[in-house]
Write a protein that binds this ligand. Structure first.
Ligand code: CO
Length: 167
């Protein structure tokens, strides 16, 4: 299993709902944490390792043993703030690119943990942002799809370069 980078097709496909989390899903989550830590990332979604299923992992500490590990199956937003915050974002599948993305200031997300238990997370700040970024991946949406015109123009040459290199 490896990190998939733009423009791999798996990054643009909606991911499939997971039934009861089984050993395969737990192993997938473990591999995703490993790959995320190897790249010093704070969040990763299953499509980013080529698996089109609805699983995200997050650790704001970016290293094992630091910060809390969150693995969320079938995440769904059940509440969100009315106001949005703009801040800079990047993505492990788009190395070297950043841009300002508007996100809801706070969210409540529901899903399953790796044992199949129901979880609800109330988040604001960076965690709210990462939850939205990773859940977007499950819809085949990348942060570059949400940039304003100036940032969008700025990332264009690099995207073209990545596409050319992948050919
Ligand atoms: Co990402």
């Amino acid at each position: 299993m490896e990190l998939k980078k733009y423009p791999e097709p798996c990054l643009f496909e909606p991911a499939e709902e997971i039934g009861e989390p089984d050993d395969e899903v737990r192993e997938l989550a473990a591999s995703m944490f490993e790959i995320m830590y190897a790249s010093r990332g704070i969040g990763l979604a299953a499509p980013q390792v080529g698996v089109s299923r609805r699983l995200i992992v997050i650790n704001l500490g970016a290293a094992p043993g630091q910060g809390d590990e969150i693995a969320l199956v079938n995440p769904e937003f059940v509440e969100r703030s009315r106001d949005v915050v703009e801040d800079e974002e990047g993505c492990l599948s788009l190395p070297g690119l950043t841009g300002v993305v508007p996100r809801w200031r706070s969210v409540v997300v529901q899903g399953l943990d790796l044992k199949g238990g129901e979880v609800e997370i109330r988040a604001d700040g960076l965690l709210a942002r990462v939850l939205q970024h990773e859940t977007d991946h499950l819809e085949g949406v990348l942060f570059i799809d949400k940039l304003g015109p100036v940032d969008r123009a700025a990332v264009k040459p690099k995207l073209r370069e990545m596409k050319a290199k992948a050919r």
